[in-house]
Write a protein that binds this ligand. Structure first.
Ligand code: CO
Length: 444
């Protein structure tokens, strides 16, 4: 029996509707979603936290409590970027631990945690805290393709995640790079060598996702992520209804009654149309197999093109496509996922606009300094010298260098007119200071 995580409340609209779904769009269907029989409802974390505060004038913590009030049986799942929490930098351990505790207290049951570089040291605090808070801790390995990423190296990451207390392992294929037969082999390797449930998360970006699920299922994968059809396909997940139907009457039957899904999907079809109208979104995103050649996630291709257009250098686009994998190799083959995708992408853009490494953003230097963790591949010493000169490289866990921040943040917030703010507000402020302050002002 295969289980399903429903992503319509998080990754579905993050991928296809710029994360603009409001809590009020979700509420009417929550009881029905709770009755379907999903493994979990992915509903929080990722970009939703930022989007609530920045675009929707909503308190993300209030959203979580509201969801929890309506969803009584099915665990609510969130996506957490390890020591980055939901931001783009490393935070101090006390902030990470408090965030995880508040998330669980407010209703999260399953925490999927990943590190962009697969450096599990960046997951230690989040995983340990989630575990003692009583959540299901899902350790995710970020899937990518490079000469340094092999089945053996992924198995090693998975085993390290198990050591840290993972209750299940997720293969996180954020760009839809995992091909059906590679999925079969990887899942088989993990299943043969560990006794934890294996979970697969992919995106339709390259057009292979349903085939990838089918082969992974044949190899014994336990759980797959799907989105109800209005928020499926394109750059999102395979459609829940289709996967349920495809497995019906087989040994992999999900046990889900697809009739229950249709009215819920109908509701979200209307929601998608409303969001597209209100926020002027292009929700008709097709597949793009170019992602397989350049390994650049779909959304990023258009961002990079826009960056070039702004500089009047749109003609450099083909050059940029070639530059991106080169930069990635020089930087030690980071998987391209937040925040490494943005860092690698802007470096490549600077290189084609200004000349190679004429301007090097701080984040790139920090990555070479080891401040994001261990790179998957060794960085050539000559290249390192070009970027950071003779500066030392960190070989310990980056957050070891970050002093506790929570008390300082509370004080800062008090100084800005919010004495005695809730821990939840302090954490919102920790992650997105300006955006959170603007939200607090409006809320008051
Ligand atoms: Co995703």
């Amino acid at each position: 029996m295969v289980k399903i995580v429903e992503t319509v409340l998080r990754d579905g609209h993050q991928s296809l509707a710029a994360t603009r779904m409001r809590t009020s769009d979700m509420i009417p269907m929550l009881e029905q979603l709770d009755e379907v029989g999903y493994f979990s409802l992915e509903a929080w974390g990722g970009a939703t936290f930022d989007s609530c505060l920045r675009f929707l004038n909503e308190d993300p913590w209030e959203r979580l409590r509201t969801l929890k009030r309506h969803v009584k049986k099915t665990p609510l799942q969130m996506l957490l970027r390890g020591q980055n929490i939901l931001g783009y930098n490393h935070y101090a351990d006390d902030v990470v631990a408090e965030f995880v505790n508040r998330a669980v207290d407010n209703g999260i049951g399953v925490i999927r945690v990943f590190d962009a570089l697969n450096d599990v040291r960046n997951l230690e605090v989040a995983m340990k805290t989630a575990k003692s808070a009583g959540a299901h801790v899902q350790g995710a390995l970020v899937y990518t393709i490079s000469p340094y990423h092999t089945e053996a190296s992924f198995l090693q990451v998975a085993q390290d995640l198990k050591q840290l207390g993972a209750d299940s392992i997720c293969i996180k294929d954020m760009s839809g790079l995992l091909s059906p037969y590679a999925a079969y082999d990887l899942v088989k390797t993990l299943k043969d060598n560990m006794d934890l449930p294996i979970h697969l998360h992919t995106h339709y970006t390259s057009g292979m996702a349903s085939m990838t699920y089918l082969k992974a299922i044949e190899a014994g994968v336990d759980i797959v992520d799907c989105a109800l059809s209005p928020f499926a396909l394109g750059t999102a997940q395979p459609a829940t209804e289709a996967i349920v139907a495809a497995l019906e009457g087989t040994p992999y039957d999900t046990g889900i009654d697809k009739e229950k899904l249709y009215p819920i999907a109908e509701h979200f079809r209307t929601v998608k149309k409303d969001l597209a109208d209100e926020f002027k979104l292009n929700t008709a995103i097709g597949i793009d197999t170019k992602v397989l050649s350049f390994q650049i996630p779909g959304g990023m291709l258009s961002n990079l093109l826009n960056q070039l257009k702004e500089q009047g250098m749109a003609d450099k686009y083909p050059e940029l496509l070639e530059e991106m994998p080169r930069v990635r190799a020089e930087l030690g083959y980071p998987p391209l996922v937040t925040p490494t995708s943005q860092i690698t992408g802007s470096m490549a853009a600077f290189n084609v606009m200004m000349g190679r490494y004429k301007i090097v953003p701080r984040e790139v230097k920090d990555m070479v300094r080891g401040k994001y963790g261990r790179m998957p591949a060794p960085i050539d010493p000559e290249f390192r010298k070009l970027i950071i000169g003779d500066e030392p490289v960190i070989d310990h866990r980056p957050a070891d260098d970050i002093a506790p921040q929570l008390e300082t943040l509370k004080q800062e917030l008090a100084d800005k007119g919010y004495p005695g703010a809730s821990l939840e507000d302090v954490l919102s402020y920790a992650l997105f200071p300006e955006v959170a302050l603007a939200f607090f002002a409006q809320r008051a």
